[in-house]
Design a protein. Structure first.
Length: 460
């Protein structure tokens, strides 16, 4: 939400001009509208910090406009403008959701004070909202810089505020639950529960009770009633991971919940109303499952209102550096472990069939087993390539093959060139011609540089 942009709605030209002038002079940015209809077309919940609207306007009234805006953005503060004689109307507006009212005609100081209080009150509520989300532990950081992941996040951010059922698809380990958590945090349900259930990890015979709840005595062992995950997620979000694993017989019951917004509790004849936003995820091709008769077609279309595809790690290789450094820092027993460019080359060379989850596990191992100041590719799990491009190495820049040890306090390029020439001459037994071939430069160029740096042929 913008910090200082106000949508100002007033059909009276002089009132609109005066209000806009005073607000802009006080440092606010103003979008002025002459009617409720125009205001609705201009309204942007991410741009506007406050809406100020006259109540009595031809066409769409201020009350109607407020109602429409509250539907689009329930937390958007709205100030209403009323004539001083319409106190009852102002009270009605506040009961309907207005944060405050301004008498008309209003003076500049009263206008600015009321606006400041409204914006400050909203800012404080947002801070409390964010603190509650962080305290709930639902939010998780998303680490990326790739365009493919940015496209996915852009879609997520656009659909999160709707109540549409969302299907997240992608290979195992790509971070589908992170996406589901982001959807919840950005939604209007963020302060309510986020409940996650992996359907593949739950015995089929317990799934119905786990999802929909049961009454005491509904079956052997049901010593007390349980609400089930749908009711636990009341007014929040229910994340159904691996939804393709849901037994065919329960798919119809899930469809009923999504369509009718009621759950049939095991052992009860009375349906229970629920208000839950469902986000589902799968690593399978559900359309193929439908074609094979393993997944209900009507349920597929019901959960696939919006599909969010999470790219595999091999399609977002530019994220490996950020992810690896983040995971190593998270799991390192001590902070500040070095991660060399060479080790990053090794990590980028891996196929990562397990995607981000596999990379996280590998980085956790690297961090825990590190004995010096640098993590080493030698500590990668068995079966991983320890080098990239055929060049062996540990990940420590001081252990790079065919290079002289690099001093801790730095090295000049001239000194580096001299020492490389000396090392290659030693490798080739002082033979300048072979050393020149090795360095891929003409013999006379090497001879010139040897003379320049005062390098003598070994053995002379």
């Amino acid at each position: 939400m913008a910090q200082n942009c106000i949508l100002f709605v007033e059909d009276d030209p002089s009132g609109r001009e005066m209000g806009t002038f005073n607000l802009e002079r006080a440092g606010y940015e103003v979008d002025a509208a002459v009617s409720g209809e125009q205001a609705l077309s201009l309204f942007d919940r991410d741009r506007h910090a406050l809406v100020i609207t006259d109540v009595r306007m031809p066409g769409m009234s201020g009350m109607d406009l407020m109602s429409r805006i509250k539907t689009l953005a329930p937390d958007m503060p709205v100030l209403v403008i009323t004539a001083y004689a319409d106190v009852d109307l102002a009270v009605t507006a506040m009961k309907a959701g207005a944060i405050d009212f301004i008498g008309k005609p209003f003076n500049r100081d009263h206008l600015l004070l009321t606006v400041k209080k409204a914006i400050e009150s909203t800012r404080l509520r947002k801070e409390v909202h964010d603190l509650r989300i962080r305290a709930s532990g639902v939010e998780r950081p998303m680490i990326y810089q790739s365009k493919s992941m940015q496209r996915t996040v852009d879609i997520v951010d656009r659909v999160a505020r709707s109540d549409a059922t969302i299907l997240i698809t992608g290979e195992s380990g790509t971070g589908k639950e992170l996406i589901a958590r982001r959807i919840h945090v950005l939604s209007d349900r963020a302060e309510k529960p986020f409940i996650a259930l992996n359907l593949a990890a739950m015995p089929a015979e317990l799934l119905e009770s786990e999802l929909f709840g049961h009454e005491k005595g509904a079956f052997t062992g049901a010593s007390k009633s349980r609400p089930g995950r749908f009711r636990q997620a009341s007014r929040g979000t229910l994340f159904l991971d691996e939804v393709a694993e849901l037994p065919y017989g329960l798919q119809g019951k899930l469809l009923r919940v999504l369509q009718e917004r009621v759950v049939d509790v095991v052992g009860s004849d009375i349906p229970v109303e629920v208000d839950v936003r469902v986000v589902a995820a799968t690593n399978r091709d559900l359309q193929s499952e439908v074609a094979e008769g393993k997944f209900r077609e009507d349920l597929f279309y019901r959960i696939n209102v919006v599909e969010v595809q999470v790219p595999p790690l091999r399609d977002r290789m530019e994220d490996i550096d950020l992810l690896a450094r983040y995971f190593i820092d998270q799991y390192a027993p001590r902070k500040g472990l070095g991660v060399s460019d060479k080790l990053m080359d090794v990590l980028r060379a891996q196929p990562w069939p397990g995607n981000v989850r596999e990379l996280e596990n590998a980085c956790q191992r690297l961090a825990i087993l590190a004995t010096g100041d640098w993590v080493s590719s030698d500590d990668l799990p068995r079966g991983y390539a320890r080098h990239s491009g055929g060049v062996p190495g540990s990940g420590n820049p001081n252990e790079t093959a065919d290079w002289p040890p690099l001093p801790e306090d730095g090295l000049s390029l001239i000194d580096l060139e001299r020492r490389v020439i000396e090392r290659v001459l030693s490798l080739k037994g002082g033979n300048v011609s072979q050393a020149a071939l090795y360095l891929k430069i003409p013999r006379h160029v090497l001879a010139y540089r040897m003379e320049k740096y005062g390098i003598r042929r070994q053995g002379r």
